[in-house]
Design a protein. Structure first.
Length: 160
């Protein structure tokens, strides 16, 4: 387990780091700093990676823990919501607006909720989410339902 293998794994899994950074950062500089910090923590911990879980699961855990720790150090400024686009639109720019609106709503959640919804949106199973977060599968289901309701409320309130 050397440097080249690590770099290959990071390269093939950099989307994980990017998703976590997008959810926890409002500014490009912060995104880049967090990306670098997550990669650094992954490199530091790589020698302890035993392969008991998938590398992507292990990396998610490091990325989320690093992001949450960083988030607690400096709370980001809250962006204002411009308006809610037509959810049924097939127009690419409106889909991007919808993505940005969802990202804004996710940023209104607490750091634990952000972590869970990020994994859920990445189509992880309840079992994988439970393993990464460290809670039971049943608790994952309950939390996801509560988070969905909370996001619905945030989006409904933000659209007025």
């Amino acid at each position: 387990m050397g440097e080249i293998e690590f770099l290959q794994l990071i390269t093939s899994n950099q989307g994980i780091i990017g998703k976590v950074c997008s959810i926890y950062c409002n500014q490009r500089e912060d995104y880049e700093d967090l990306f670098q910090e997550i990669t650094y923590h992954a490199w530091k911990g790589y020698k302890t990676f035993r392969g008991e879980a998938k590398f992507s699961t292990w990396l998610y855990r490091i990325a989320l823990n690093t992001a949450i720790s960083s988030f607690r150090k400096k709370r980001p400024a809250i962006d204002l919501v411009p308006s809610v686009p037509d959810i049924n639109s097939d127009h690419p720019s409106e889909k991007n607006e919808q993505h940005q609106l969802l990202l804004w709503a996710i940023k209104q959640l607490n750091e634990g909720e952000r972590a869970i919804i990020a994994l859920y949106l990445d189509e992880m199973s309840y079992q994988e989410i439970a393993e990464i977060i460290g809670i039971s599968e049943n608790n994952v289901g309950v939390k996801i339902n509560r988070i969905k309701n909370k996001l619905h409320q945030i989006l409904s309130h933000g659209s007025r």
